[in-house]
Write a protein that binds this ligand. Structure first.
Ligand SMILES: [Zn+2]
Length: 336
């Protein structure tokens, strides 16, 4: 971490100010790779390890840590950043564009290996604070340590140890893995300043009936309990089958002229040009997690019902939801 991160982070136990201990030396590039932070108010101590401050509350539920550790296998095995991530990111957050991130103070809830952190940092955000619960944060730090405006922390999205001062907060593909997705969204939005914006992307129930009916029971009963390195291997045959289906049937759609009736038409067409290991990562991702909610429109829409204006919820490729809203907590704005 860089000392500038102290402008944004707080104690996860009492929201008090944090100070760096004197035995936290700086590396040549300005980062503190190991050391500790102390809360001025409640005297809690937090370690900095491999460049990342570990800001976990004293009472963290174990199910969240379990989910995070399951995904660590993915983020450390498929650890490179790829050129198509940027196009994907701006597809997910549309109508936000790169310009909406420039000169903003941004909070990312659930950063994985830092693929979105790097994109936002490179598009001129004034600062981006990216949080993850698990070891993937170390991978994210390694991917983004060259950006002076990027700060990666370990923390709990349901109690994010950051100030409520962000211009823009976003969470891509994470809220549906929390025990309570609605609470996760509320928590993300709670760190945005009045007039700032919050954006998210989550799995939809609509368009995913095949997964919820056939894949989800297998995930819950079997694959989420398998050792993650074993599951990575076991996911190769179904990934190969899916890859073959995509290559055989989705080429016309990928070229913009296929029939619209194909299941997951837009999604699989988008995968058509991806390398096999990306399909493999997607299949692994579906099977590995102990918690995954496929959310109906009538479950997601209420998230934006109060405390926001200019709320927008759109179906993304027919199988997921992208939300965007402006935070408006004042009574006058609600009456408008
Ligand atoms: Zn404290």
């Amino acid at each position: 971490m860089r000392p500038e991160a102290l402008n944004f982070i707080v104690c996860p136990n009492c929201a008090g100010e944090l100070t760096l201990s004197s035995d936290s030396p700086r590396a040549d590039d300005g980062h503190i790779l190991s050391g500790s932070l102390a809360c001025r108010a409640c005297a809690s101590q937090f370690a900095i390890r491999n460049g990342v401050p570990i800001l976990l509350p004293a009472n963290l539920a174990s199910v969240k840590l379990k989910t995070a550790s399951r995904f660590a296998e993915e983020w450390t095995r498929w650890s490179d950043l790829r050129d198509y991530y940027e196009r994907e990111f701006f597809d997910w957050v549309a109508p936000l564009t790169a310009r909406d991130f420039a000169d903003q103070v941004v909070f990312e809830g659930g950063c994985g290996k830092g693929r979105h952190t790097a994109i936002v940092a490179s598009h001129g955000a004034r600062a981006i604070i990216s949080l993850d619960l698990g070891e993937s944060a170390f991978v994210a730090f390694a991917h983004t340590r060259q950006f002076p405006n990027a700060h990666v922390i370990i923390g709990d999205l349901l109690n994010p140890p950051v100030r409520a001062a962000f211009d823009l907060a976003f969470s891509i593909g994470v809220l549906h893995h929390l025990p309570d997705p609605a609470a996760g969204f509320a928590s993300l939005a709670s760190r945005v300043r009045e007039g700032g914006r919050v954006a998210f992307w989550v799995y939809g129930h609509e368009g995913n009936e095949w997964i919820t009916r056939y894949v989800d029971p297998v995930r819950k009963a079997v694959t989420s309990k398998l050792p993650a390195p074993f599951l990575r291997i076991a996911a190769i045959p179904p990934a190969a089958a899916l890859w073959a289906v995509i290559k055989l049937f989705y080429r016309p759609r990928a070229n913009g002229k296929g029939p619209s009736k194909l299941p997951y038409g837009d999604y699989f067409a988008a995968l058509y040009r991806y390398p096999f290991d990306e399909i493999h990562a997607n299949v692994f991702d579906q099977l590995v997690t102990p918690v995954a909610y496929y959310l109906r429109e009538d479950e997601v829409r209420p998230w934006l019902a109060s405390g926001f204006r200019d709320a927008l919820l759109r179906s993304h490729r027919g199988y997921s939801w992208t939300g965007l809203a402006t935070v408006s907590r004042s009574k006058a704005a609600v009456a408008d």
